[in-house]
Write a protein that binds this ligand. Structure first.
Ligand SMILES: [Zn+2]
Length: 111
């Protein structure tokens, strides 16, 4: 499948980027329900995008919406959510640096 310029939401994030966020921010965190450290990202296997879940909120005439991404515990099913704006902000500030894998690192670079 070619790269498609679909309309995506400004907070859309790949599952890989969401996982990078989770490792950076919450690595090794335990499930508050059962203590397991085994989680599954809620997303699409087909598109590799994290599902952006939306909750309408209303305290006035116009509803507003909270966007978030989720993971669930593989043992007890506890669902954990992270606000999409925070995830996207971190991803934008911490892009994948693929070029580093292509460069040879010599001992001189490690001073
Ligand atoms: Zn659990």
């Amino acid at each position: 499948m070619s790269e498609e310029q679909k309309k995506v939401h400004k907070f859309s994030t790949t599952m890989d980027d969401f996982v990078r966020f989770l490792v950076a921010k919450t690595d090794d965190s335990k499930c508050p329900g059962c203590g397991s450290k085994s989680w599954t990202v809620i997303g699409s296997d087909e598109t590799q995008m994290a599902y952006r879940m939306v909750t309408p909120m209303r305290d006035g005439p116009t509803p507003t919406y909270l966007n978030f991404f989720g993971i669930y515990c593989n043992e007890c099913g506890f669902v954990r959510q992270h606000v999409a704006r925070k995830v996207k902000q971190w991803v934008d500030e911490n892009p994948v640096q693929e070029q580093l894998e292509l460069e040879e690192i010599s001992d001189d670079d490690l001073e």
